[in-house]
Design a binder for this molecule. Structure first.
Ligand code: PEP
Ligand code: MN
Length: 263
């Protein structure tokens, strides 16, 4: 179902003002984690003003350490929904299991499968049964083939609205959090009709690398970007070092629109 042979024309997935696929460039932005109503409202206002279309925020955080902040759960989903309504943005959040998926479906427009769950086949089948677009992040060490087969798990349950997200893969390099595999963009376009977006924030782990990698992804023909933006990155409970502040984000979106027209 994921392959070009199954469907020749690119799939275009529309969520409120965002269009993923075809000639469009969709921009998803927001904090790593929902921390408070003020934090999300401020982020949403700035993201809308800069031309973003989708607001992101984690309410269930799959953290490396069990002692790290795990997310606000249902309260976080409520905040995300409220900010989305207030500023006319679509919303997306990560789901980690069946209970979080059931709740997320009540509050947000799209769901995300994180890198650590890319091969959680039961979870893939569960999101395959819902009627919301799914962002499927590439596994930390997944091949393109494994990633496409994960998308197949979702589609084979009936949900054909899958957006692939390249977010960096694990290599021997330690100066960056992960290594962004830009070649995934043209490769996926060749192999599949599904839209592909890039997350330069988790790919690099460093705010100062985000803009260059976002532009490179647009030059390579990406369908959208997922960028972590926090009103005050130095105070973030999660992923502050890779988060842009609203001003940096606004500069980047201006540059990206200009670049996208040239590509
Ligand atoms: C995220 O987008 O907040 C996230 C945890 O990303 P990843 O699954 O790519 O690490
Ligand atoms: Mn994050």
């Amino acid at each position: 179902l994921v392959s070009r042979e199954a469907k020749e024309m690119p799939t275009i997935i529309e969520v409120k003002d965002a269009k993923f696929g075809g000639e469009h460039l969709a921009i998803i932005a927001g904090p790593c984690a929902v921390e408070s109503i003020n934090q999300v409202m401020t982020a949403a206002e700035k993201i809308k003003a800069a031309g973003g279309q989708v607001l992101r925020g984690g309410a269930y955080k799959p953290r490396t350490s069990p002692y790290a902040f795990q997310g606000m759960e249902e309260k976080g989903l409520e905040i995300l929904q409220q900010a989305g309504h207030e500023y006319g943005l679509a919303t997306v959040t990560e789901v980690i299991d069946q209970p979080s998926l059931d709740l997320a479906c009540r509050y947000v427009d799209m769901v995300q499968i994180g890198t650590r769950n890319m091969q959680n086949f039961r979870l893939l089948q569960a999101v395959g049964k819902v009627r919301k677009p799914v962002i499927l992040k590439r596994g930390l060490s997944a091949t393109i083939e494994e990633w496409l087969m994960a998308a197949e798990y979702i589609m084979s349950e009936g949900n054909e609205q899958v957006i692939l997200c390249e977010r960096g893969i694990r290599t021997f390099e330690t100066y960056t959090r992960n290594t962004l595999d830009l070649s995934a963009i043209p490769l996926i376009k060749d192999l599949s009709h599904l839209p592909i977006i890039v997350d330069p924030s988790h790919a690099t782990g460093s705010a100062k690398l985000v803009s260059s990698m976002a532009k490179a992804a647009v030059a390579a023909g990406v369908d959208g970007l997922l960028i972590e933006v926090h009103p005050e990155p130095c105070k973030a409970l999660c992923d502050g070092p890779q988060s842009l502040d609203p001003e940096q984000f606004a500069t980047l979106t201006t540059d990206l629109r200009r670049l996208a027209q040239a590509v």
